[in-house]
Structure formats: structure tokens, C-alpha cells
Design a protein around this ligand. Sequence first.
Ligand code: PMP
Length: 285
Amino acid sequence: RTVYVNGEYLPEDQAKVSIFDRGFLMADGVYEVTSVLDGKLVDFDGHAVRLARSLAELDMPSPVTTEELLEIHRQLVSRNNIEEGLVYLQITRGAPADRDFAFPDPEETPRTIVLFTQNKPGLANSPAAAKGASVISIPDMRWARRDIKTVQLLYPSMGKMMAKAAGADDAWLVEDGAVTEGTSNNAYIVKDGVIITRQLSNDILHGITRAAVLRFANEAQMQIEERAFTVEEAKAADEAFTTSASAFVMPVVSIDGQTLGDGAPGPVALRLREIYLDEMRKVAI
Ligand code: PMP
């Protein structure tokens, strides 16, 4: 695999970053994951806009322009022959001369930028989506700026492990009695034809897939309520699903062992998955 590090395209085993990198020492970095369908980038602009916002919220000047970023994404997709898969991008505050809590002067310490691809043939035609996912609910113990897409992914990783230990596929995070989001996706329920998903705030990541899916749902005259919902409401819902750039629209068929509907992926989730994939393929670049 050819990867990108700080201006260079290199074989992955030759790519190196410093042990003093603040991404490594302090999780002082942000990331994006963009999916690739038909060898093209899905919603590149959405990811570029969110990246700029994450960097600005952390006072981190970008090491690249959006045009350069697009070119790097395209180079990696082409050099690695990716038809279906993902491009992972990470920017950290770089490697100062020594470990220190205070941010280094950005003039003296350039940001570290790393990109790599993940080849995932069959990403769109996923058997997991046809079957639907099971989730458990766990307390949301992350920090309070979940709107910034930082590389602090320890609690989401622990959540996935808790799900695995419980024999489930994923976890939904709960705060003050309401679901915030999934470990790596936004969460939705459907009740009496109404799509319910938490409103945007600092409590959740502003999903790029969420924005597109809600736009398509609106265009298809589906009813949407952006508000917090409880686990009890979710268990009593007709159906549920999650959205993310890497799994698109994923039906959820059980919550804490409670089967939703007939236990099969719901019609709203399946329809939105199809619309999302069709429409995003058309405008992928
Ligand atoms: N919430 C969290 C916590 C996530 O990690 C992700 C995926 N990165 C999402 C939501 C979904 O965001 P997107 O649709 O932009 O992938």
C-alpha cells in the first residue's frame, strides 16, 4: 500500500512519524474517513468542510489547502487501485522538540498529516446491512466536545468491546437518559413513519452522512424530528438505524436484546440506504 505522510507518497513500511508527535502522546489531532465508490470520493466537500471546522475549533492551522487534499485523496485512490473502500486522513499538532501540555508555536512545529486507504470490496453491498445490526446501550463517558472529530477514540473502542462481550455488533451511548449517538455513527429511530434523530449540538458528531440522509429523507417527503430520544423509546420503535461514512445507512434490528418490529431491517432504513447510495454515486468525484 502507498500512503501519504507530510508531502510524500511512500510504501507503508517506510512511512514514519516522530515519537514526540502530539497525536501519539496526547491524542491532539483530528481525522476524517471518506468512502470510495466506483473509484470516486463520496461527499469529499462535506468532509473537507468538517475537517476545517475541527481544525479551527482546536486552533490548528491546516497544513494543506482543500485542493491539495482532494489531489492527495485522488492520488491514493488511484495508486492503490481502490474501487470500493475508505480514505483515512489524520492531522495532528505535530512533533515539538519535547513533551509539553501547552500547544507549540505553529510556526515552529508543523502539523503532521497522514493519509492511507483501506480497500473494502463489497462495501456497498454489505451482508451486514442486509442482516441488520444489534446494539446495546451504555453510558456516554466521552468528553463534552464530540462535535470535534478528534482521534481520542479510546471510549468508543471500549464501547465496541463491551458490545462484543455482550454478543452485539455495536453500542449506543446514553447521557441523561437519552441516546446521543453510536460509538462511530449517528443514531435514528422510526416511529409511526417519523424519523427521529438527536439535534445537532456539541454532544454529537455532526455526521456528514447524517446531513445527506436527512436531506434525501426530506426530499422524499418523509417526516423528520430532530430531538433527543430515550432508550425506552428506541426499544418501542418500529425500526432503527445508524449512519456513517463507512457503513452508509445501517439498519438496527435489536436494542439491549429487545427485537424491533419483526427483527428484519426496516423499510425506511432500507429505502434511505438505497437512495443514499444511488444519489451519492451520481455526485461522487
Ligand atoms: N458519530 C461518531 C461518534 C462517529 O465517529 C461517526 C463516524 N466518524 C459518526 C457519528 C458519523 O459521521 P459521518 O457520517 O461523517 O461518518
